[in-house]
Design a protein around this ligand. Structure first.
Ligand code: ADP
Ligand code: 5RP
Length: 544
């Protein structure tokens, strides 16, 4: 076993990565060669309401996390004492806790269990617009425009709409930082979370008081940022005294087990993939889950309007990060399929087979052609710009909406398959548009390294390669996001010097999906042109 460490190779040592996505929490137990020995998953609730409200419960998530960690320890048969570290990643959702850590209701339901404003909640669009109108200098480091998915517009929304909750809040946490606090009692925040979602300037190691005063959050400055983070540390830094007794008991681990400062889920996917070939700057990490995230690393800052960042040291230590993607990606495919008359029948078949509906359809599409690249022909004449939840990049436009062109009278399963393929092409063209925009600004990549639940299917990977025009690389790790958070646990547990060293040692290529050439490449070029025309047309219509 090549551990890349100076510790004895024969000692059995393991790490656990915990990934809290939008729809589920997963835990993976790994050995120090990056092999996953056990995995467990629990679905988590999303509470949706009118007004773009999407909330979650931190206690539900915490209980799910404890039970899946317990499950992987038990099912792997590993000795709890041989687990040397834990790493957490989570969606960039806002957790609001009152004195003593009690949950506070963030929305009109007044249900205190609903103490999380989920990243995809767009209640703070107006606050984000007002912040953008001020044009403060920190916005240069979030792609020029703050997104309503980030935390400062959400906190401002709370102050303006639920002042009693804003006042009563003891801490505002990014979800990953909440999980590490709950595990260790340490209030440290990760550079990853606060730089990417809270306007912390990691390259200068400071908050900008002028920004907070300018947008109307003076209280946070007056309190010397005590509610949003005063101790800000690199992901992978061991926190507190490790697991508290209560957390260890709940997880079936030993008190004192090292817990790493965490990361946002997309960034853990980046750490779990971009070490491929030892050249992070050539690899675009593409994390395809409920949303999609495109993560690009550069040695010098690259300013790309409409693409979040550049963020210093927020993913690969010492490098700058540009983060794009789409707010709804897997969720956009789900939404698209939901509208089709054949989807209910197909969904019940998928549930009998215990597979997700998109997987059933992807399997069916793959069976209808000789090779996966030809699948694009099934969607002839059908075009989808799947921006159901706005355009995250490169337009940074939360008001954008989806467009579907080319629908006929068909209601059968075949037309459902065609719609799926067209939707997936739309996701791929969105990726291509981001890659082209970034290349134009000086951040060029050679290949896409894929992770996330929606990126596991062969057909999806091939279609993304064909639509984006870049090779799509799959890694040996089946769950690169979990590997990414396990890497943080391994760093905290002392098995590696830093995340750079660990990711170079543990990320390996499994398969490369080369983009199609010839006729199929020509089809995609035309479809991409159609995609951009439709996108522009939808913008024009909105402007009327
Ligand atoms: N083959 C597929 N094609 C398209 N979308 C898929 C496919 N498989 C899964 N998905 C979608 O991926 C999303 C789940 O991805 P996952 O990474 O597990 O989510 P998260 O981490 O956001 O909770 C869902 O929206 C699901 O429908
Ligand atoms: O904004 C993000 C990262 O910066 C993520 O998209 C968000 O956290 C949701 O992730 P997922 O789609 O994996 O659930």
């Amino acid at each position: 076993m090549n551990t890349g460490t100076n510790m004895s190779p024969e000692a059995a040592r393991y790490v656990i990565g915990i990934d809290v996505g939008t729809g589920s929490a997963r835990a993976g137990l790994f050995d120090l060669s990056g092999r996953m020995l056990a995995v467990a998953k629990r679905d988590i609730s999303l509470f949706k309401e009118a007004g773009s409200i999407v909330e979650q419960s931190s206690s539900e998530i915490w209980n799910a996390v404890c039970s899946i960690v317990r499950e992987v320890v038990t099912s792997s048969g590993v000795n709890a004492g041989d687990v040397i570290g834990l790493g957490f990643d989570a969606t960039c959702s806002l957790v609001v806790l009152g004195e003593g850590g009690q949950s506070l209701p963030v929305g009109p339901s007044e249900d205190a269990n609903r103490d999380i404003i989920v990243w995809m909640d767009h209640r703070a669009v107006d606050q984000a617009e007002r912040i953008n109108a001020q044009g403060h200098d920190v916005l240069r480091y979030v792609g020029g425009r703050i997104s309503p998915e980030m935390e400062t517009p959400k906190i401002l929304w709370l102050k303006e709409n639920r002042p009693q909750i804003f006042r009563a809040a003891w801490q505002f946490f990014d979800l990953a930082d909440f999980l590490t606090w709950k595990s260790t009692g340490d209030l440290a925040r990760s550079t990853c979370t606060v730089t990417c979602k809270w306007t912390y300037l990691a390259h200068e190691q400071r908050w900008d008081p002028g920004y907070f005063r300018g947008i109307g959050l003076d209280e946070l400055v007056d309190e010397a940022f005590a509610r949003i983070g005063t101790d800000i540390v690199e992901p992978g830094t061991p926190l507190g005294e490790g697991l508290t007794t209560a957390a260890a008991e709940a997880m079936g681990l030993k008190p004192g087990t090292a817990v790493a400062a965490g990361m946002i889920d997309a960034h853990a996917g980046g750490i779990g993939t971009v070490g491929i070939g030892g050249r992070p700057e050539k690899n675009l990490a593409y994390v395809f889950g409920t949303s999609s995230c495109t993560m690009t690393s550069t040695s010098d800052p690259v300013f790309v309007p409409g693409v979040w960042g550049p963020y210093y040291s927020a993913m690969v230590p010492g490098m700058w990060l540009n983060e794009g993607g789409q707010s709804a990606a897997g969720a956009a495919i789900d939404q698209l399929l939901f509208f089709h008359p054949a989807s209910a029948d197909a969904a019940s078949k998928a549930s009998e087979m215990r597979i997700p509906l998109p997987v059933l359809i992807a399997d069916a599409a793959a069976m209808r052609t000789d090779n996966n690249s030809d699948v694009v022909r099934l969607a002839e004449g059908l075009h989808v710009v799947p921006e159901f939840l706005g355009n995250r990049a490169p337009f940074a436009d939360p008001h954008a909406r989806a467009t579907v062109v080319g629908l006929g009278m068909e209601r059968d399963f075949e037309s459902l398959v065609a719609l799926y393929v067209a939707g997936l092409c739309g996701i791929g063209y969105g990726l291509r548009q981001i890659i082209e925009t970034q290349a134009g600004a000086g951040a060029d990549v050679e290949q896409v390294v894929i992770s996330g639940g929606a990126g596991q299917h062969d057909l999806v990977r091939q279609l993304l390669a064909d639509a984006s025009g870049k090779p799509v690389v799959a890694t040996v790790a089946e769950e690169p996001v979990l590997l990414g958070s396990a890497i943080l646990g391994a760093v905290a547990g002392g098995a590696f010097g830093d995340a750079n060293q660990a990711m170079m040692a543990l990320t390996k290529v499994d398969k490369v999906y080369q983009p199609a050439e010839g006729v199929v490449a020509g089809i995609h070029a035309k479809r991409y042109a159609a995609f951009k025309t439709l996108q522009a047309c939808a913008r024009e219509i909105r402007a009327l």
